[in-house]
Design a protein around this ligand. Structure first.
Ligand SMILES: Cc1cc2nc3c(=O)[nH]c(=O)nc-3n(C[C@H](O)[C@H](O)[C@H](O)COP(=O)(O)OP(=O)(O)OC[C@H]3O[C@@H](n4cnc5c(N)ncnc54)[C@H](O)[C@@H]3O)c2cc1C
Length: 387
């Protein structure tokens, strides 16, 4: 942690190994993301396969999973890696989250031994890319209403329907696709080159431009019986994968906020107006102080949730608390930092507006803020206000 922003001396509460992992990921982000990411964002193109292989070499893909070539790191170490990746760009962190916490986790947790052997080792190295298809054009926050269907034809399954806003879909080798069957929602590991599967890239995003997002059409896609994830029964299976990914966002969003605050702090100390640095004005210091307080609160929350996860005691609604607070505050920090940079704040020469725009997507995906408020509200009141 850059010293001035570590107001509460959190650094010593990390283990030596956790600090080492964090520092290695920070270095990789400095070398392989920061110099290029503004350009990727500008052009809406990111070398996702190359990045995945680089991250695979470091053991960042499926990092918190065990076996099958995965690193078996702690939840806190995984969170610290997410923080560093998202300090580079939320889209880059999304690549790692979708691969490890959604696609790989689904296969690792719910797949057959054959499915694990087939997909996980190559996904851990980044040679195979995965995506996770839950959201549909007409069903986002309410996946229980999904209309994608899987029907039995003899031993085979036939999938029809469509998925929208699917990270990595246009470049994926395997899609974990969720579909309604006669016995409820089930998951399938679908090779993306199966006849009837089409993945088109979504263009003109104003957010997460350094991430590939797509639409998947499933047009009578015939799959062998062993494409079914045998242990994934009902909607709780995809929801458990989302809890995994949201945990990474709790940490990642703080990384984006930290990068904004570091940028604003450096800018405010060097830019002078009215004969003194911006940082010397009381109004600027009030902004910086409030943001630093929120940042460190977000880091404390992430670390607390991480320690609960490592103790096997983390509950889904606690992850909702983290996602709700940390993304909301990270977005507020990014917007406030933008004001400190004045006109330069809207320029792609600085990372702040890019982070702010990215965080708009992060606020929405993996459960919107409103959905997490409802999760926490249900926990508080015992009443479900979803429908
Ligand atoms: C860049 C990007 C990448 C994504 N990647 C993936 C992916 O890899 N896989 C995947 O499956 N999905 C992905 N998503 C989709 C994402 O998870 C959905 O967008 C999200 O769940 C919200 O669904 P929606 O957009 O349909 O909004 P809607 O559900 O239509 O919601 C619209 C608004 O209504 C509010 N709302 C809805 N229901 C309620 C309620 N009961 N009470 C109060 N307010 C409510 C929401 O909070 C929101 O503000 C991605 C999205 C983006 C933007």
């Amino acid at each position: 942690m850059t010293a001035p922003l570590d107001l509460l001396d959190l650094d010593p509460s990390l283990s030596e190994e956790e600090r080492q992992i964090r520092d290695v990921v920070r270095q990789v982000v400095d070398d392989q993301v920061r110099p290029y990411v503004a350009d990727w964002y500008d052009k809406g193109r990111v070398p996702a396969r190359e990045l995945a292989r680089e991250f695979g070499k470091l053991g960042l893909l499926g990092m918190h999973l065990t076996g099958y070539g995965c690193a078996g790191a702690s939840a806190v170490a995984y969170g610290l890696a997410c923080q560093e990746l998202e300090a580079g760009d939320s889209g880059v962190r999304s690549l790692v989250s979708v691969q490890g916490s959604l696609a790989m986790y689904a296969i690792w947790r719910y797949g057959s031994e054959e499915q694990k052997q087939r997909w996980l080792p190559s996904m851990a190295t980044g040679d195979a890319i995965g995506c996770f298809g839950l959201t549909e054009p007409d069903h986002g926050s309410d996946p229980a209403s999904m209309t994608t269907r899987a029907r039995r034809h003899g031993d085979d399954w036939v999938l029809t329907g469509g998925k929208l806003w699917i990270t990595n879909a246009p470049i994926a080798d395997v899609g974990v696709i969720w579909a309604r069957t006669d016995s409820g929602v089930r998951g399938f590991a679908v090779p993306m080159d199966t006849p009837g599967v089409t993945a088109r890239e979504i263009h003109r995003k104003m957010s997460l431009r350094a991430s590939v997002t797509g639409e998947i059409s499933l047009d009578d896609v015939r799959l062998p019986a062993d494409a079914l994830l045998p242990e994934a029964i009902g909607l709780k299976a995809p929801l458990s994968c989302l809890t995994e990914a949201r945990y990474g966002i709790v940490w990642g969003s703080v990384g984006a906020a930290r990068d904004c605050l570091e940028t604003a702090l450096a800018y405010a100390t060097t830019r002078t107006q009215f004969g003194r640095p911006l940082a010397g004005f009381q109004l600027t210091q009030a902004k910086l102080a409030d943001m630093a307080v929120e940042l460190v609160k977000g880091q404390l929350l992430a670390l607390h949730l991480g320690r609960l996860a490592d103790a096997g005691r983390l509950r889904p609604e606690q992850v909702s608390v983290g996602k709700l607070n940390n993304v909301r505050e990270a977005l507020a920090i990014a917007r406030q930092c933008r004001t400190i940079l004045g006109a330069n704040g809207v320029s792609g020469e600085y990372p702040v507006m890019r982070h702010a725009n990215n965080l708009e997507s992060v606020l929405t995906y993996e459960g919107t803020s409103e959905i997490h408020q409802l999760v926490v509200g249900q926990r508080l009141t015992g009443l479900s206000a979803f429908a």
